[in-house]
Design a protein around this ligand. Structure first.
Ligand code: CS2
Length: 439
């Protein structure tokens, strides 16, 4: 039997706790992968459980029909399993109402953004989904194409303006430095090129808050689905598996109403930068290093790589001595305690987080995860031995027979062969643009 609104829940599974059938959709979320379902959708579900109303989520996949096929036959319902050494806990999440596939029905996506009940359009489209060139500007030729977020947002905003509706908050939830500013800049460049009539309205009516998002969400496996089926008594094709930890820090700059996410664990702050920088350079920086060094040493999972006594000191040094000093901590932000907590999370043996999942899209991740730290130390005449090991491991990975899943895969593989790989990747005429230069 497939999970649906009719499924009787076992007593051990926590139910949504509000009447799903009467909630309007207040959020359109573009890029509804496992991360969104284990993170923002859970906060939103819990805000409705705490009494907020009309924050249902219309999920959008830009290209693939997979998530729509998982969730639509289940009335948008799915489970989140949190796993730790202490055991596993299962919850049913009711915030998602339906999933649209932009490639199949573009007008439905535009209509959802233009609906009067919609106040927030949020995004987890991964680093490469922002379609920026290496210099940070929007790739206008690609951005006018079929699977670009900009096309749908611009058309939805144009319809809102024409109908005399207010603007929306555009909320980026991707691991980019200054994700809100990146989205605002790219949206402005898109509108200036293709919808100049909307530019001033966008500036006056829409905001793009920065966010720091954090929860480790490995790709769901068939074994995970089977375990959920055994506990639930129904088949959940949309199941997601994650850790107990979850963090969301949001810049308090909304164009209109929003769920009271702060009632259910999110932090609304004036400046996200110290949290975001620490997360990118310490957590994600360590993750990418674990991925390339760990794969090179024959490991499959994060918890195996961090248990390797050759690797663990490299990661500790990366976080504590290389990344942490570059961060201008917020009052009360304790970076040493943060590093301790991260080691504990990486060690979680109940979470099977594949290194190859983290290794993908290195060209899009490495600048904000490693190179900003390297440039900071270089400007002070210092070295980063751990990050240098990590870069060497990345180059070895590019030369290996692992499949390279990266928008620059062909160019990277070509640049990585031969003795001048560092120069071709990071030197003059480089593939990866940053302020760091190899010595
Ligand atoms: C990981 C992140 O796949 C990756 O690159 O580093 O997805 C990481 O698990 C999340 O950012 C944790 O919040």
């Amino acid at each position: 039997m497939r999970l649906s609104a009719q499924t009787p829940l076992p007593a051990s599974v926590q139910a949504p706790g509000y009447d799903r059938a009467v909630q309007a959709a207040g959020i359109v979320h573009i890029g509804i992968g496992a991360f969104h379902r284990a993170h923002q959708a859970v906060y939103t579900n819990d805000a409705m459980g705490a009494g907020d109303r009309d924050w249902g989520i219309v999920g959008v996949s830009l290209r693939s029909g997979d998530v729509a096929a998982q969730l639509n036959p289940q009335d948008g319902l799915y489970t989140v399993s949190t796993r730790s050494a202490a055991g596993s806990e299962l919850r049913l999440i009711g915030a998602v109402q339906q999933v649209l596939v932009a490639a199949d029905d573009p007008q439905a996506v535009i209509d959802a953004i233009a609906a009067p009940t919609t106040h927030i359009v949020s995004f987890t489209v991964t680093e490469k989904g922002y379609l920026r060139r290496a210099d940070g500007s929007l790739d206008l030729a690609v951005a006018i194409g079929g699977s670009s977020l900009y096309r749908f947002v611009a058309a939805g905003l144009a319809a809102r303006k024409a109908a005399g509706l207010r603007g929306v908050t555009l909320l980026s939830c991707d691991n980019l430095a200054g994700n809100g500013a990146v989205l605002r800049r790219s949206m402005r460049e898109y509108l200036a090129a293709y919808h100049p009539d909307l530019s001033a309205w966008f500036d006056g009516e829409c905001t793009c808050p920065a966010t720091m998002i954090d929860r480790i969400v490995p790709a769901t496996t068939e074994a995970d689905r089977a375990a959920v089926e055994a506990a639930l008594g129904a088949r959940d094709e949309g199941a997601v598996v994650t850790e107990g930890f979850s963090q969301w820090v949001i810049e308090d700059d909304f164009a209109g109403p929003r769920p009271r996410w702060e009632k259910v664990g999110a932090e609304l702050v004036a400046d996200v930068a110290p949290y975001e920088t620490a997360k990118l350079r310490m957590l994600n920086g360590a993750h990418s290093a674990l991925a390339y060094i760990g794969l090179g040493r024959g490991h499959d999972y994060v918890h195996q790589a961090i248990a390797d006594l050759e690797i663990q000191p490299v990661i500790e040094r990366l976080m504590r001595e290389e990344a942490a000093p570059t961060i201008d901590a917020a009052p009360g932000q304790d970076l040493a305690a943060y590093a301790d907590a991260l080691l504990g999370r990486f060690t979680n043996p109940a979470l099977h987080h594949r290194l190859i999942q983290i290794a993908m899209d290195g060209s899009q991740k490495i600048p904000q995860r490693w190179l900003e730290t390297l440039a900071w130390h270089q400007a002070r005449g210092a070295h980063c031995p751990s990050l240098e090991v990590a870069i060497t491991a990345w180059i070895a990975f590019l030369r290996s027979d692992h499949p390279i899943d990266d928008p620059l895969a062909d160019k990277l593989r070509e640049a990585a062969v031969g003795p001048d790989a560092l120069e071709r990747l990071f030197g003059d005429g480089r593939l990866i643009v940053s302020d760091w230069r190899p010595a």
